[in-house]
Design a protein around this ligand. Structure first.
Ligand code: GRG
Length: 306
């Protein structure tokens, strides 16, 4: 009882720390990409348009919260977290394109291809991806680690993006459109398309501060459960919220099999809650230092923003 009461008292401080981390990411991101006035102007403007739009910054804050659980958030770790956000922004540009989800709105604004055209949008997405890998490679080499090499950190990122990660999940998601798929395949799609970047974000945070290998397993378990829960929360938002609330097209998933379609709203809510409980359990060995991660799980539970 006493522990719960103390935790409740600490909560505003933890929430305010997470908001500080969002602010740090938002302040750093524009410094890390070429200015819109530099040639090729349209591509640089489109990169900034997609990256600097008001996203929730959940993935970089996940990297930073894990890093802070085992060590400290240094400027290098902050840049690594920004590289994760660049990969995410790249994936959003591509996901929204007409040959993929064909979305009109993202982060409360017109999607990148609708503003800049499909040709520029594709180039901007590759520009962001390339910048993400360049930045991650530079910062990883500058770290002094005893348990991991800079290659370990870069491989983590390449594996998360590649055909066994985001690309693979997206490919099967597109193939499944209009088809009936079972829960097992849906889990595969989302644990790759969405979950892989959550997992990489968390593992990168741990590796960047030289966390012990035996602690990595718990971090991975936390992030896998969080990532899948996040996707189910996103499916729920698609049916239960308005475009004004989410800043993106609602009912975009109508032609797709989703967790809500397979399980119904109550079933999807229950599964999301169960996954978040599993995520929380994997933090049991880390005491109060894991409170920011617990709070991130609560953000997903209430389908909100930090
Ligand atoms: C080459 C990087 C790369 C990817 C290619 C297009 C693609 C493969 C994968 C799509 C991945 C994707 C966009 C998954 C959807 C995940 C999801 C629910 C995104 C919404 O995340 P939020 O709500 O967005 O965190 P904000 O805008 O808040 O950042």
């Amino acid at each position: 009882m006493i522990r719960k009461a103390v935790q409740r008292l600490r909560r505003p401080a933890v929430q305010s720390r997470l908001r500080e981390l969002v602010a740090d990411v938002n302040a750093r991101l524009p410094e890390l990409i070429p200015p819109g006035e530099e040639r090729p102007e349209t591509v640089h403007e489109a990169m900034a348009y997609a990256l600097l739009a008001p996203g929730k910054r959940l993935r970089p804050v996940l990297t930073l919260s894990v890093a802070e659980m085992f060590g400290e958030v240094t400027p290098r770790v902050l840049d690594l977290s920004c590289a994760i956000e660049m990969v995410h922004a790249c994936s959003l540009i591509l996901d929204d394109m007409p040959m993929m989800d064909d979305a009109e709105l993202r982060r409360g604004r017109e999607t990148t291809h609708r503003v800049y055209g499909e040709d520029v949008a594709i180039l901007a997405s590759f520009g962001l991806l390339n910048r993400a890998f360049g930045l991650a490679a530079e910062r990883a080499q500058e770290l002094t680690l005893s348990r991991y090499t800079s290659e370990d950190l870069i491989h983590l990122l390449t594996d998360a993006v590649g055909s066994r990660g985001l690309v693979g999940g997206q490919a099967l998601d597109l193939e499944a459109e209009g088809e009936e798929i079972d829960l097992d395949r849906l889990e595969y799609i989302h644990s790759h398309k969405t979950g892989a970047l959550f997992t990489a974000a968390a593992e990168l945070g741990a590796m960047a501060v030289d966390a012990r290998r035996r602690d990595l397993g718990a971090v991975t378990r936390f992030a896998k459960n969080l990532g899948l829960a996040f996707q189910i929360a996103d499916d729920l938002l698609d049916v239960l919220s308005t475009t004004e609330e989410t800043g993106k097209d609602s009912h975009q998933d109508e032609a797709k099999t989703t967790f809500v379609k397979l399980l119904g709203v109550p079933g999807a809510e229950a599964l999301c809650g169960e996954l978040l409980d599993f995520a929380m359990e994997s933090l049991s060995g880390f005491g109060r230092k894991a409170d920011p991660l617990r709070e991130l799980a609560e953000v997903v539970r209430r389908r909100g923003r930090i």
